[in-house]
Design a protein around this ligand. Structure first.
Ligand code: 26V
Length: 843
């Protein structure tokens, strides 16, 4: 019997719960998936009840919501498992060239609803839920987010593997099975507090452990737990093991089911009997403890790569396990090593897995016994690299000594790669010493470092950025010297997002309106959204779009009330900025805008305006003090405005705690306005910008990342662009002075005055001084340079909102132009231009 849960849960549990899927329904589905019916005997033959009974050993009538979630998920897994096996068998039999996507992060979010959607089981589930009165939302809410990533880069990896499966590409993702994902964020007194995210506390129904495919990873040193932390013992080689856990990646339509393989670190099973018998029982166990702590936790800092030794070992561990696995799969069907680049394309998601360069080279030299030239050629032709940030502090540079201690053989190889690179550069640019030192894999200094971006570029055949501007800056500024050596390697692949999760799944009201208008073809061919363009002139369609947005806002407002006890007005403008808290993303600039609007309203208490709610959400790296102070400021701003009777009902600020994929799925469809306001040149691409666009929000933003291409696609008149361009930011840097703006712009001055007056920290004197000092000091990210034009753009935006017809037209123009930002398009480009892979349909 359940001992916890709400009274409603217990009441629902007391009702006999009929099965969600009957055998007949399952058989039809299995037939549809080409698997043929599988028969069970006995009366408990419905999948869902079988799982409750046999996996959970509970009376189905008395099942708690969590049991029900697991039983439903297991039922879905049953439906897909034969198809999953068949996909793998097809690849083994046809042996096509495959893609391997290596990433330290996969920010998957929840899987149940997505898998049901992609397997096209939604109508079956809907029918069963309606017939049996199950609280479906409660079941979905039981699934924890798989938060195995920090932000954009990790979520991109998740969208990409879904698109690869949908496009029927023979692909596989490789990552780490962190026991603790991205921390949970609590807001206490306005401050961020971090709580560990123990997402695997309960068994995860999607993963399948594969102990038979365990991989040994050899290291040049040992580790010992000393005083609670890991100490390195150089010169004493050791091994640990990678235990693979596979997760299904369901393509839309359920025809292809690829695999995401996540590695967990573990110590050898055998005890060190010597240590055991000599009475060192605890230290024998400690070996196990230290091995397993390697994949314990995701690093929650996405901007500083300094001083994280364990992170370096994590990166090597992912690389060593994955390369061994890829090579094993290759060797199963091929005996000629030279054909590896015809059979495998390995994509490196940022430099995090860049150790794949020396690792693959090592395998080809030391295991395959090839000569340097052929081994190097194979390595370069197999690997490709994507850069995701230009921020200098986020570019990985690992101390040479760490290589020496942990990976001495790899260091030898890196030294030799560097020697040959110097020869090459020296020949092509004689006498250019500056270029030699800038292109080198080694960065001199007190602690000599290995530049991982240079290693990735030199050791692969393709380097791409993630939006046109970003790729151009990467090539012409950040690594210009290397780009001059290998110009043919550089390209661009503008990011995309999966429309299955971000439109079909997240926004049922809008998806229904679109399907009603143009049929369901857009789900796998997002360019078809262009057919909505002419419907901007159709009053009924405009009304339907506005109604869908109003529905989505109402759903979100209801959720906010139920979940957080907060009241927001769905008839007002929902204006949103959700992303990691970073100085360059300029949440503080958004706050300055809100202060200006707040002052306008205070100055004119009688003015009737569109009520407006500003939503923020995002996590700060635990050690990033400035970003944490910005969170505190946003919360104080919210509180001050709430307490001010002069603006009540007209203006509200909400900081939504614990931003996650699931929260994004709620807030993005409900938003009217998307803020994409990074200092131009700093946001590599952005991907939430695309999600907002396809959900009918209008963008107010800078000319940065993919926002530039979005505005091009929809036409600039449908965007609210403002601020300095990347070129202007670069040109202004040398002489920029924020004080000029304070002195010459009354609105900017008024905002700074109110901030400095302590209006937002009445009982907390001085706490926001670092923010004020930053703004009035160097203002590195040039917030004050853009505040004036942000406010101008904002005025144009609110004027349009007052004209619902005009707004609907603009929203339709945006949705209709968002097709290019499907990750299906991005992945098709990678497939043809970088990987050379083609679909391998499973019949
Ligand atoms: C860096 C580090 C460095 C230290 C250890 C942990 C860690 C984790 C992640 C990162 C890199 C973060 C880079 C990133 O997320 N870039 C974002 O990538 C998105 C997908 O391409 C893109 O849309 C965003 O603009 C970009 O900021």
């Amino acid at each position: 019997m359940p001992t916890s849960g709400t009274p409603e849960d217990r009441a629902a549990a007391a009702e006999p719960q009929p099965p969600l899927l009957t055998d007949a329904e399952r058989d039809t589905l299995l037939e549809q998936y080409g698997c043929g019916p599988v028969r069970f005997s006995g009366s408990e033959n419905a999948l869902y009840e079988r799982h409750l009974m046999f996996d959970h050993v509970v009376d189905p009538a008395a099942a708690a919501p969590r049991d029900r979630f697991e039983a439903v998920a297991r039922s879905v897994r049953d439906v897909l498992s034969q198809r999953w096996v068949r996909t793998q068998d097809t690849y083994a039999a046809r042996d096509p060239k495959r893609v391997y996507y290596l990433s330290l992060e996969f920010l998957l979010g929840r899987s149940l609803s997505d898998n049901i959607g992609n397997l096209m089981l939604a109508p079956v589930v809907r029918r069963a839920v309606a017939a049996k009165g199950v609280d479906w939302t409660a079941i979905l809410e039981q699934e924890p987010d798989a938060g195995l990533g920090n932000g954009g880069l990790g979520r991109l990896a998740a969208c990409f593997i879904e698109s690869m499966a949908t496009l029927q590409l023979p692909a596989m993702g490789y990552g780490l099975r962190y026991e603790y994902g991205m921390f949970s964020q609590d807001i206490v007194g306005g401050w961020q507090h971090e709580r560990p995210d123990n997402w695997l506390r309960r068994p995860d129904p999607w993963e399948v452990a594969r102990p038979d495919e365990m991989v040994e990873v050899r290291l040049g040193c040992s580790f010992e737990v000393r005083g609670g932390s890991l100490a390195v013992i150089p010169g004493r080689p050791s091994s640990l093991y990678g235990l693979p856990y596979d997760r299904p990646v369901v393509g839309y339509g359920g025809r292809t089911i690829n695999t995401l393989r996540l590695w967990a670190a573990t110590a050898p099973d055998e005890f060190d009997f010597h240590a055991f018998s000599s009475g060192e029982f605890v230290s024998a166990l400690a070996a196990q403890l230290s091995a397993e702590s390697l994949t314990r936790v995701l690093y929650p800092d996405d901007s500083t790569s300094a001083g994280q030794g364990l992170r370096f070992v994590q990166e090597y561990f992912l690389v060593a396990c994955s390369i061994a696995d890829i090579v094993r799969r290759f060797r199963a069907g091929n005996d000629d090593w030279h054909t590896l680049p015809d059979k495998a394309a390995i994509q490196l998601n940022d430099t995090h897995p860049a150790l794949a360069v020396p690792e693959l080279l090592r395998v080809l030299l030391d295991e395959a016994r090839l000569g340097w030239d052929e081994a190097w050629d194979i390595t370069v032709r197999t690997l490709a690299y994507t850069n995701h940030t230009l921020l200098p502090e986020a570019l990985e540079r690992w101390p040479r000594q760490w290589f020496a201690a942990l990976l001495p053989r790899h260091l030898e190889l890196v030294v030799e790669i560097d020697r040959r690179l110097r020869d090459d550069v020296g020949r092509r640019f004689p006498g250019d010493e500056g270029r030699l030192s800038r292109t080198s894999l080694f960065e001199p200094g007190q602690t000599e470092k290995v530049r991982m971006a240079n290693l990735a570029i030199v050791g692969s055949h393709s380097t791409n950025g993630v939006a046109a501007l970003h790729s151009q800056l990467l090539r012409t500024e950040t690594v210009a010297d290397l780009a001059a050596v290998f110009p043919e390697r550089f390209g661009n692949k503008t990011n995309g997002v999966t429309p299955r999760r971000w439109l079909l799944g997240a926004n049922p009201p809008l998806a229904a309106v679109i399907t009603e208008a143009i049929g369901p073809g857009w789900i796998t061919d997002l360019d078809q959204l262009a057919r909505l363009r002419p419907l901007a002139d159709d009053a009924a369609f405009r009304a339907a779009i506005l109604t869908a947005k109003r529905d989505a806002k109402q759903r979100f407002a209801d959720w906010l009330r139920d979940r957080h006890g907060m009241a927001v007005d769905p008839d007002g403008i929902f204006d949103t900025q959700v992303k990691r808290i970073h100085e360059y993303k300029r949440q503080l600039l958004n706050a300055l805008r809100i202060i200006a609007l707040y002052q306008d309203l205070r100055a004119d208490p009688g003015r009737v305006v569109q009520p407006r709610t500003f939503f923020f959400a995002g996590k700060a790296a635990p050690a990033y003090r400035f970003a944490k102070l910005v969170i505190k400021f946003l919360n104080n701003l919210a509180e001050t405005i709430d307490a001010d009777p002069l603006v009540r009902g007209r203006l509200k600020v909400v900081f939504l705690p614990d931003y996650s994929v699931s929260l994004a799925e709620r807030v993005i469809p409900a938003s009217d306005v998307s803020n994409q306001i990074s200092t131009a040149g700093y946001e590599a691409s952005g991907t939430s910008n695309m999600k907002f666009m396809m959900n009918g929000a209008l963008t107010i933003g800078t000319r940065d990342g993919a926002t530039i291409e979005m505005a091009e696609a929809a036409s600039e008149e449908t965007f609210f662009l403002f601020g300095l361009t990347a070129a202007q930011v670069a040109d202004t840097r040398g002489w920029y002075n924020p004080r000029w703006h304070i002195e010459h712009e009354p609105r900017t001055r008024a905002v700074l005055d109110l901030l400095t007056s302590g209006h937002f920290n009445r009982d907390e004197a001085g706490i926001f001084d670092p923010l004020i000092e930053s703004l009035t000091g160097s203002d590195h990210y040039m917030l004050l340079a853009d505040l004036g034009s942000y406010l101008d753009a904002d005025a144009r935006l609110t004027a349009l909102y007052a004209d619902p017809d005009g707004w609907a037209r603009t929203a339709i123009a945006n949705i209709a132009a968002s097709g290019r930002f499907s990750s299906d398009r991005t992945i098709s480009e990678y497939a043809t231009e970088i990987w050379g892979v083609t679909p391998c349909p499973v019949d």
